[in-house]
Design a protein around this ligand. Sequence first.
Ligand code: FDA
Length: 542
Amino acid sequence: MVGKITRAYEREVKEGDVKMASPKFGMSILFFFLCISFCSSTDQSFQQCFSSHLPPSNITYDVIFTQNSSQYSSILQSSIRNLRFSNASKPRYLVTPYNEDHIQATIICSKEHHLQVRVRSGGHDYEGLSYISDVPFIVIDLFHIRSVMVDIKNEYAWVGAGATLGELYYSISAKSNVHGFPAGSCPTVGVGGHISGGGFGTIFRKYGLAADNVIDAKMVDVNGNVLDRKSMGEDLFWAIRGGGGASFGVIFSWKLKLVRVPPTVTVFKTVKSLEQGATKLVQKWQNIAYKFHHDLFVHAVIQVTNPNSNQNPTVQVSFDCLFLGTTERLLSSIQRSFPELGVTQENCTEMSWIQSVLYFAGYSIAESADVLLNRTTQSTQPFKAKSDYVKEAIPKTGLEGLFKMVVEEETSVLILTPYGGRMKQIKSSATPFPYRSEYLYGIQYLISWDVAEETGKRIGWMRRLYKYMEPYVSTAPRAAYLNYRDLDLGRNSYPNTSYVESSEWGLKYFNHNFNRLVRVKTLADPHNFFWNEQSIPVLRLE
Ligand code: FDA
């Protein structure tokens, strides 16, 4: 088999933009038009298929919602996080499984009915790939599968893929104030998409990505089989920890290694405008933040200030810190390494780790941790985002040009996240996420807006900014982060997928790990059933 795959690579690269294995639903556009007049009988047939693949005792009601169902719209809208896609094409069915039997039956019946599958956990995909598609499709929304079982004695947790990060953090903190998990800052993000795409947050310099801390996983594969780490094998287990789960199957549970956090952590926030010397501070930050002690995380958030006042808008940079320790230890470190920031005892607040989760999520630390259980608190707007990685500090002139562009758009936000620490120690091939030791920091560019008419202008600005940054960021490939999905980087053709075409975006997300992902995909899903605009391509085997 290995020899077959190697030969297939050589053929694809040699032939260039060749046609690849097509999804089983190749005739589905024609099928879609034919089926419009037979909708209800098709619905019945899907439901019958679904019931027939379940053990007799399993529930079948309140699992499948057709477009005629009164709950269809509210379920569909419930976790659309980017309003740019709120009016996009709608799924034929929403399936809300309660257990893995429901997922197995759904996969089998979707194949039988030539329907594409989109899997949604928290719905935060930047390009809406978990709930929109241009071909007939269903959405499997995992929000019922979100139990969290925490075992403090053995320092692990089993978490359902439909749980949010907030639910995970809450459940850990309910059992221990000295354990945590290294994942993202937004509590409504789903663990299904987040962990399968990497996942970083305020303690990743100490513990690595969320995906680096997965011990086991359970998923339903393309044949409707339930697999765990042992039965899926190490290659597939590697692929779903950073390569994006949607290319490989439906992950319904992760076993996570809990990490130790001290009973007291410290935060500070220091905000400086350009007039107060922010450019110099960013220059220095670029050269030191990635070298800080593993316990120290200081990211830089660049925004426009005074956008609505009489004063001219300017740029401000907020340096936000989480330190895994007390103020005393933090000050001795930051005053020595970054005295220009002027951090004093008055700027620092000590708290528990779970309070720091509230703090970075924008809540008051006096709030009860219960707010982390709210799955719908984040405000939503249309937005566009992109990402970059920096290997060499951007010179002053480069930063000045960047700030000039930022000031043009008052809703723009740039988040600069320092690497180094544990990220430097983990091999770049350990998981599909490759950007480890050589990278100083990552950048996320974001812009949001209120009304649909502004979409073109705002996205146009984002693309100009991305072009402007080209000389200052990583090249060959220009690195990008899968969890900040960006369809500008390229998309698969439908129904056929080409290795060469997919390499456009695949190398940017995964660099040298892309080819291994292609090999795993070819074995795990040879007919490319789990296709999406940026799914891993399948090699044509003969
Ligand atoms: P969603 O359900 O949309 O899924 C995303 C992708 O994963 C889709 O392709 C989907 O099909 C697939 N997928 C989802 N569940 C799956 C499953 N169970 N099995 C197989 N495939 C599955 N990132 C970060 O690293 N650190 C951060 O701090 C943040 N913060 C943040 C804040 C906000 C407001 C947003 C909108 C996003 C972030 N992110 C982030 C990015 C986030 O990690 C990324 O969007 C994740 O993919 C979201 O996962 P969800 O499950 O919420 O999304």
